[in-house]
Design a protein. Structure first.
Length: 85
């Protein structure tokens, strides 16, 4: 599965994964204003064997298949609110 990773220029260490390049149409209303401007940082192929630095690849793949996007929160937010993801 191909995916495209964008970093938020508004929120440090917040990344958006989408299944189609530059396609943000499946994001919930208001999400883009929270994310701010986005910069494409990487294109990669997610496979079951693929390891990611801070996320489980299968979790990201599932979200991309079902929702068309995945938001990777900064580690400080995840540590403070582990039930968010």
């Amino acid at each position: 599965m191909q995916c495209f990773i964008y970093k938020s220029l508004k929120k440090d260490q917040l990344y958006l994964y989408v299944d189609k390049k530059d396609d943000f149409t499946r994001l919930p209303e208001g999400c883009m204003s929270t994310l701010g401007r986005l910069e494409l940082v990487m294109e990669l192929t997610l496979t079951p064997e693929r390891t990611l630095a801070r996320e489980e690849a299968e979790k990201v793949r599932h979200q991309l298949q079902t929702k068309g996007f995945f938001i990777q929160l900064p580690p400080t937010i995840v540590a403070e609110h582990p039930t968010i993801q």
